[in-house]
Design a protein around this ligand. Structure first.
Ligand SMILES: NC(=O)c1ccc[n+]([C@@H]2O[C@H](COP(=O)([O-])OP(=O)(O)OC[C@H]3O[C@@H](n4cnc5c(N)ncnc54)[C@H](OP(=O)(O)O)[C@@H]3O)[C@@H](O)[C@H]2O)c1
Length: 277
């Protein structure tokens, strides 16, 4: 069972599992994960062996003013999904984020590092992780970052749209992370489930850059010249939510579980841009 199946990652997760068994994708029109009874009914009916919970409140800036809603979906919703999974003996795969960290480290975050979110979204996702851990369900928490995919609004699409509309971009160059292709991540989730991985596992594409570095790579990949890309500090954009300055996740555990490293972020971005063209 894949929740959030109409979202950016959920769409790819459904596709990744289609080759290996029966997959049912559901989204908010089927049931709301905030509704514990509806979640339990659906999961009891279906009796899945694995539930991948991709449903989430994902508006990082919006969460600052909609904190209750973010917690209702990301914490209570995750608790409901995990509790129902436990009832039928299913394993739950909970998606989480690099934004559980404050960004004060200068080297990649290990799974065991102590989370300390700097925004409401990160707080709500960390509460979701805790709820899943405490549910008693068999669980895997996959922390990922900076996602883009063909089925959702994301930074790659925004850069290409703004390049076309305005010909000039101001992009933050003091946040570093790992851009991650949703299709690559979905494949990794499938492999982790096959490998019986449990606990917390970081999963992104390999390497890191800033949003500025990513924007330049996107324009290069799209063959767009003559766009003025100005690097600016985070403070220049006055966004409601604070962001970690550095949120690169260590991939050592993932690589040892998979027996391979994920693709480099740059290669994955190039492929995504050429597919959409
Ligand atoms: N995007 C990123 O850069 C990023 C980075 C790190 C981690 N993550 C995590 O990765 C996961 C997938 O993210 P994504 O980018 O694929 O998100 P997304 O595109 O926003 O998809 C989430 C899906 O969940 C649905 N949903 C929202 N509230 C729901 C509810 N109460 N009940 C049932 N379904 C609900 C959404 O429907 P509506 O669209 O109708 O609201 C949407 O279809 C999330 O856990 C997210 O926190 C994302």
């Amino acid at each position: 069972l894949v929740t959030g199946a109409a979202g950016m990652l959920g769409t790819e997760v459904v596709a990744a599992f289609e080759g290996v068994g029966d997959v049912v994708g559901v989204d908010v029109d089927d049931f709301d994960i905030r509704d514990a009874d509806a979640v339990e009914r659906a999961i009891r009916d279906l009796r899945p062996s694995v539930v991948v919970n991709c449903a989430a409140y994902t508006d990082v800036d919006g969460a600052e003013s909609e904190r209750e809603l973010a917690f209702a979906v990301n914490a209570d919703g995750a608790r409901n999904v995990a509790a129902a999974a436990k009832l039928v003996g299913a394993r739950v795969v909970q998606l989480s984020t690099d934004y559980v960290f404050d960004g004060s480290k200068a080297e990649p975050y290990e799974e065991e590092d102590t989370p300390c979110p700097v925004n409401a979204y990160g707080d709500s996702k960390l509460a979701g992780e805790d709820a899943v851990r405490q549910s008693g369900a068999d669980f895997l928490i996959v922390r990922t970052a900076w996602l883009y995919g063909h089925n959702g609004q994301n930074f790659v699409e925004t850069v290409l749209r703004l390049a076309e509309e305005t010909g000039a971009l101001r992009i933050v160059d003091d946040q570093e992370g790992a851009p991650t292709n949703a299709r690559d991540l979905a494949e990794v989730i499938r492999e982790l489930v096959s490998a019986d991985a449990r606990g917390v596992v970081n999963a992104t594409n390999l390497g890191s850059t800033t949003w500025y570095g990513l924007a330049v790579a996107i324009l290069e990949a799209a063959g767009i010249d003559g766009v003025d890309v100005e690097p600016v500090p985070t403070t220049a954009l006055r966004r409601p939510a604070a962001r970690p300055r550095y949120s690169v996740l260590s991939l050592a555990k993932l690589s040892s579980l998979l027996g391979r490293q994920p693709r480099r972020w740059h290669e994955a971005v190039r492929e995504y841009v050429s597919e959409r063209q």
